[in-house]
Design a protein around this ligand. Structure first.
Ligand code: SF4
Length: 478
């Protein structure tokens, strides 16, 4: 049972949009970004947007096939999901080549902010926040090849564009369901966007500037609206939630309403106050998530995330005192010149944390992201990274990303049109050996993407952080 689905029928709209989530329905109902897009589209009087997921060929609202709709929109939060979308569209009989397709396909989300690898597939790409560009987009959606808006890259005309952000004055309401990855009837609360920090690898820290805050009265309006609809637990969404100046007050009020809270990964600077940790524990937060990313001092300076290991341990001690039951940690490897000593330090810190509280963690592999200083940085050689992955798996129970997956993800993240040609041949299988073999057949030098780097997206898209500053950030890191 999903509450809040649009009551508009297919025949009610002049613009009929299939909004495809490249994953399961449960995931779609756990993605606030996706549900906000759904809300915006259906607020438009002339538009009907219905949900599709990869689990069904028919729309959730009316059991109609994808082919019945005029436009296809999708939201790609991380790069590999574009292959999931392509596989689904192919199964539904939709041609993947833009030139051969009558129905336009538009995509958005941080996984496609470098649109070049999609140049043969998508018609256009939304950049930045959908709230900024979608309403004006609906006015010109019929124009396909001639759509030109800020925050939108048209893959037909290939005209340069830019994206930036304004405020968070828009309101939202989201779907309510028992079937989500956060349990029954979560209320998704977004109090801010972007991040006050600027870690050099991070797309959010660089391409979502400046950080923005939702006015407090709007936070309460959204909260009360969803509480009235039977929301059971408040899930805060965002990368820097605890920087919101009124966060403690909001959480205390949520406790007063008898609801539980879930908070995402937080900067340790925001977790230093044991009494605030106590508030979190009282609000039902059982797991505290911390993302040191690096443990070696030199590496911390390099990535611009200087969180001291002693501070991490101190926070874990305070969290234990406050009643938090579990710690979740995020680390990253795969920078050039990684050493065994550096990886050993991750293992040691993880063990020390586990001596204080039960812990789990994830180690991701560095993937260069466009518009960040590290878009210029080579990846570590794959055999080296594989060696360290083996070590981490042998010595810990950390969940470690596979370096071969990271290579494919990187190709989509910092690829160009040649990678777009490759994508059209390999989308059906996200398999390293297939991609490398096919690239070789096509004369594409994969190493030139991973270990040297051109940045063609900077010639067509500008963000609020000038490319010169992105370059400067890279030079400072070196
Ligand atoms: S890694 Fe986290 S703290 Fe750093 S810029 Fe990104 S979101 Fe902010």
């Amino acid at each position: 049972m999903i509450e809040g689905l649009t009551k508009k029928r297919f025949v009610d709209g002049k613009i009929r949009i299939a909004l495809v989530y490249p994953g399961t329905l449960k995931e779609a109902l756990s993605s606030l970004g996706f549900m906000i897009i759904y809300d915006i589209l259906n607020r438009d009087e002339e538009t009907v947007a219905h949900i599709f997921t990869v689990e069904s060929p028919l729309s959730v609202e009316e059991n109609l096939p994808l082919k019945a709709y005029d436009y296809i929109l999708s939201s790609i939060h991380f790069e590999p999901r574009v292959t999931t979308l392509m596989q689904y569209l192919e199964r539904m009989g939709i041609p993947l080549e833009r030139e051969k397709r009558e129905k336009p396909v538009y995509v958005g989300g941080p996984g496609v902010w470098n649109p070049l690898p999609l140049y043969r597939f998508a018609d256009g790409v939304f950049l930045g926040d959908g709230e900024e560009s979608l309403p004006s987009f609906l006015d010109v959606i019929h124009e396909r090849k001639d759509i030109h808006l800020p925050g939108f890259y048209n893959l037909w005309s290939e005209k340069p564009t830019s994206f930036s952000y304004h405020d968070m004055s828009f309101m939202y309401r989201h779907l309510m369901s028992d079937e989500t990855t956060y349990g029954r009837r979560p209320i998704f609360m977004e109090v801010n966007r972007g991040c006050h920090y600027a870690c050099r690898f991070c797309l959010i820290g660089w391409a979502m500037r400046p950080p923005r805050e939702r006015p407090l009265e709007d936070v309460y309006t959204i909260l009360h609206h969803h509480v009235d609809r039977g929301g059971r637990k408040v899930v805060f969404v965002g990368s820097d939630v605890l920087s919101y100046p009124h966060i403690e007050e909001v959480i205390r009020d949520i406790i007063g309403m008898g609801l539980e809270v879930s908070v995402p990964s937080s900067r340790v600077e925001r977790l230093d106050d044991p009494f605030f940790l106590r508030v979190l524990a009282k609000a039902g937060v059982r797991t505290l998530t911390i993302a040191p990313e690096a443990v070696d001092e030199g590496r911390k300076a390099f990535i611009a995330k200087p969180i001291s290991n002693e501070k991490v341990l101190e926070i874990v001690e305070k969290a234990k005192w406050a009643g938090i039951k579990r710690i979740k940690l995020y680390f990253m490897i795969g920078y050039p010149n990684t050493t065994e000593e550096e990886v050993q330090k991750i293992i040691d810190l993880y063990r020390r944390v586990k001596n204080i509280l039960p812990a789990e963690g994830t180690v991701s592999v560095f993937i260069p992201k466009p518009y960040t200083p590290f878009q210029f940085l080579p990846m570590e050689r794959i055999d080296n990274t594989e060696k360290y992955v083996k070590l981490l798996r042998k010595e810990t129970d950390l969940n470690v990303m596979h370096p071969k997956r990271a290579v494919l993800q990187a190709l989509l993240s910092i690829g160009d049109k040649r990678i777009g040609d490759l994508l059209m041949k390999v989308y059906h299988n996200f398999n390293y050996h297939l991609w490398i073999r096919k690239a070789r057949d096509m004369g594409i030098d994969i190493d030139s993407y991973l270990y040297q780097r051109d940045t063609p997206w900077l010639k067509i898209i500008s963000t609020s952080m000038p490319a010169s500053l992105q370059r400067k950030g890279f030079e400072v890191a070196l």
